[in-house]
Write a protein that binds this ligand. Structure first.
Ligand code: ATP
Ligand code: MG
Length: 385
């Protein structure tokens, strides 16, 4: 198929000057078709647009609880798809007689696993404890199958049709957590491997920096962002697209859920269900007694998390001793699923304003869509190149 380009010395090489050829030269193609099988190749198959189609580039947010993919459709609009990054091992679920063909699942070695949204629904209905392929922002060391399960879910989420040319996939990675010993090197490399096995050219991007890509075009991609996720809280300070500071704190929504569950004697899934439904940091008076207890505990742990994050940001800015004399004031962007609780923005504003920041903040605001802006920022980076 590439014989023409490999033999430049042969005289009969009209194709050898591609620069001079406008793209619309379909006649150049028939040579590549084996003459011996005319029946299989209907004549009425002109070279289709797919032949010259541009490779598809994607943004992928690989989160502890949510996997989110952003892509630009043909009209240039961003489309978002997402999956819960959770699973159940079939052994744990009495699933005899169930039709697995209607359930998102994976067979790995001798095991069968129910994946993503189906696993989440089963767990909520039957009170099972969900398993995670990731923990605290990175591949979970707890299950030997974590990596394989994550690979299946990512493949399902990207949903690439056969024949589509795959380009770049910019994927999110957390910063190294400053309050734990873990680091992101293994996780970053495993994801790079998974994405390249699917057929894309992988490129990692810090999760909080991705938020600046998605949200701060008006300030020339300068700003500070905090992503309150499930496993981690990620922070970045970015000046004109260049990260000045990136770090993570190993507390997030899971930390709240686990502590609340322990405090009031329930399982974390049940806490999540209450937290994601009309929860407000200062309003506990809803539902039955147990639910009211959960809501009150949620309020205390939420406020503690926010105070911890604000204090840690100030400490890190101070500790790194950066010269942050930005010429203009910059916005502070709040994002991530954990930030969606009612009263969150008001409380973080009050905590930020109580302290003197080494940066001049123009505003404190939410990202446009706190659940998908990391994937959108990754897509913007993928399309930039
Ligand atoms: N409406 C809501 N109110 C409160 N919390 C919410 C809401 N929706 C989602 N969450 C919580 O947000 C967290 C998930 O957020 P997000 O998708 O940003 O995290 P992630 O990207 O998967 O995790 P990480 O970035 O830490 O790896 C979970 O703890 C979830 O329970
Ligand atoms: Mg996240």
């Amino acid at each position: 198929m590439s014989a023409a380009s490999e033999e430049p010395a042969t005289v009969a090489q009209p194709v050898a000057k591609p620069v001079a050829q406008p793209v619309a030269q379909p006649v150049a193609q028939p040579v590549a078709q084996p003459v011996a099988r005319p029946v299989v190749q209907p004549v009425a198959q002109p070279p289709k647009a797919a032949v010259v189609a541009k490779p598809i580039n994607l943004g992928l947010d690989v989160g502890t609880m949510n996997l989110v993919c952003a892509r630009a459709n043909q009209a240039g609009k961003i489309e978002i798809a997402n999956l819960r990054n959770v699973f159940l091992t079939v052994d744990d679920v009495h699933i005899e007689g169930m039709d697995l063909s209607k359930i998102s699942h994976a067979r790995i070695d001798d095991g069968v696993f129910i994946l993503s949204n189906d696993a989440y629904n089963f767990a909520n209905i039957f009170g099972y404890r969900l398993s995670r392929s990731m923990q605290k922002g990175m591949i979970s060391p707890e299950d030997i199958n974590s990596t394989d399960i994550l690979a299946v879910m990512i493949r399902e989420l990207l949903n690439i049709e056969p024949g589509v040319k795959q380009g770049k996939c910019v994927y999110s990675v957390p910063g190294d957590p400053v309050n734990s010993k873990s680091n992101v090197l293994y996780h970053r490399n495993i994801l790079g491997r998974i994405i390249s096995e699917i057929g894309f050219e992988p490129e990692p991007l810090n999760e909080a920096t991705a938020i600046i890509y998605a949200e701060c075009a008006e300030t020339d991609f300068s700003g500070i962002s905090i992503s309150f996720g499930a496993g981690l809280t990620n922070v970045a300070v970015v000046y004109k697209s260049i990260p000045v500071l990136e770090f993570a704190l190993s507390r997030g929504g899971d930390w709240i859920d686990d502590n609340v569950a322990m405090a009031v004697g329930t399982i974390p899934n049940r806490v999540v269900a209450i937290k994601e439904k009309d929860f407000h940091l200062d309003r506990y008076d809803m539902g039955r007694k147990k639910e009211r207890k959960v809501r009150e505990a949620l309020g205390y742990y939420y406020k503690n998390l926010i105070q911890f994050v604000v204090k840690s940001c100030l400490q890190e800015l101070d500790r790194r001793d950066l010269d942050l004399g930005f010429p203009n004031s910059i916005p502070l962007i709040i994002s991530g699923g954990t930030s969606l609780a009612g009263g969150f923005l008001d409380f973080i504003r009050s905590q930020v304003e109580e302290n003197a920041w080494p940066l001049d903040l123009s505003e404190i605001r939410y990202a446009g869509d706190p659940l998908s802006c990391v994937a959108q920022g990754c897509l913007i980076k993928a399309l930039k190149q």
